[in-house]
Ligand binder design. Structure first.
Ligand code: MD6
Ligand code: FE
Length: 217
């Protein structure tokens, strides 16, 4: 950072790590809410436990997925889609907690996306060794609205690529309380998470949890 930036940018400027023109890592943005988020996740998981879904190729994901909101993301051998009810129980997905929505909106605002109205939150659980391969998020109706991603528990290496699978990827370590926001021109960038490894986290044990808020409907 230059001398003038040190002098004149706001004190939290170092906490914003740009990943692309419309993608930013907000280091520690959710730390003040982290303990409450973990309590909320435990409550939601008791209602709708995370499960490892099958994907169209026939493989099973290593990440356990659950949802909150007006719809939930699901996958099976026939494809990916949003459903109003949990296919495992037939019940509606639990409501998106209002405090979660407020957090996602304030992170979106801080990243330059005003008026964000998320309606879905994926709750991803990564046990030790779980990973998520490079993918695009393209099952949502509005492919400009940002996704707000909150990391909790064990750290993980996030891969952030380009608009083609073969484009080079950046690697960035995401820690407990970090928030990544991206949308607009960068919304369809390929991304993924390398296998979670290392020491268990004092608040989550041998797991990483990740919330991704979307405007899906
Ligand atoms: C994760 N996140 O961090 C997986 N997708 O566990 C995602 O797949 C993701 O973090 C779109 C936007 C932000 C993300
Ligand atoms: Fe994704």
């Amino acid at each position: 950072m230059s001398f003038t930036a040190d002098l004149f940018e706001p004190a939290d400027a170092a906490e914003r790590i740009p990943l692309a023109a419309q993608a930013v890592l907000l280091r520690g943005f959710a730390l003040p809410q982290a303990e409450q988020l973990l309590r909320d996740i435990a409550r939601l998981h008791a209602q709708t436990p995370p499960r490892c879904m099958q994907v169209p190729g026939g493989k099973t994901m290593s990440v356990g997925i659950s949802n909150a909101g007006a719809a939930g993301w699901t996958s099976d051998t026939r494809g990916y889609r949003y459903t109003a009810t949990d296919p495992a129980s037939g019940n509606p997905w639990p409501a998106l907690p209002e405090s979660w929505k407020v957090l996602a909106q304030s992170a979106a605002q801080a990243a330059g996306f005003a008026g964000y109205e998320p309606d879905v939150c994926l709750i991803n659980e990564y046990p030790m060794g779980a990973r998520m391969g490079l993918h695009q998020d393209r099952d949502e109706r509005d492919l400009q609205a940002p996704i707000v991603s909150v990391s909790l528990g064990m750290s993980a290496t996030f891969q952030f690529g380009g608009l083609r699978r073969s484009d080079p990827v950046q690697r960035v370590l995401l820690h407990h309380g970090d928030v990544v926001v991206w949308g607009g021109a960068d919304r369809l960038r390929y991304h993924g998470v390398l296998a979670v490894r290392g020491e268990p986290h004092p608040q989550t044990g041998a797991r990483r949890l990740n919330l991704t808020f979307r405007k899906a409907l």
